[in-house]
Design a binder for this molecule. Sequence first.
Ligand code: ATP
Ligand code: MG
Length: 261
Amino acid sequence: MPRPMDVVFPGRERFEDRRKEGDQRKLLDEFFDHATLLTVSRLQHRGLFRAIEFPISTGKEGGVFRATHSDGFRAVKIYRISNTTYRNLPPYAVEQLRREASLRNYGGLIFAWTRREHTILGRLREAGVRAPIPYGHARNILVMEYIGSAEGAAPRLKDARFEDPEAVYRDLVDQVGRMVRDAKLVHGDLSPYNTLYLDGHVVLIDVAQAIAADHPEARRLLVRDITNFAKFFTRLGLPVEPEAFLTAVGGDRVGRRAERA
Ligand SMILES: Nc1ncnc2c1ncn2[C@@H]1O[C@H](COP(=O)(O)OP(=O)(O)OP(=O)(O)O)[C@@H](O)[C@H]1O
Ligand SMILES: [Mg+2]
């Protein structure tokens, strides 16, 4: 049985600050319990990645790690199997998952949630939306395209520096428009936190809570997110009217069952 550090940090001798190392170890021990380590090793055997290198981001519900692969890098998202993760899943999505499978415990629900993120990423890619390519999943782990370069992961739009907010806005309208019109999905948590910025383009991430564009909740979610995003652009000096933004992404038809394709 590999210990977390053996799997995760092959080069950890480089860490000099022992306190920091202790914090890292605690964090990793929390993520890499026995079952998760076995899943990591299963995915490695399937050739989905070679080794997990370091966390790109960690939160209460999960973490995203950079992993090596023979053709570059992969992003590995690990959901914590905990009550917190379970409690933070949006009710409309939980309801849907429960209808799809008999899920007796929150572990099962989190596995279904991971699979759902994989499926939705696939649908987005098919519709030509810029989002990470999904490579595979098992239990609470999702392996996807790494958005970034060897130097580091792409920044969130919230932290990115860009010259031309209007070009970013147009790109975002194009991507969200494809999501709504072609993938027929509403993101459900679209924000400058869940949008990465790479090589002058936006990439949509964190899509597990996406819902069908004709779902009764879809319009409310889209309007909420677009209103907030419009404020983000307005603060950057590009006044964006939420109504115009909504129309530009095809939002006028969202939430109407009759429009089902
Ligand atoms: N494919 C990817 N390539 C590079 N970085 C990624 C990728 N996916 C996610 N990240 C990074 O990990 C962070 C968290 O990912 P994500 O938003 O999917 O998870 P989350 O569950 O919302 O976590 P949190 O609550 O910490 O935001 C992102 O803000 C981004 O910095
Ligand atoms: Mg997120």
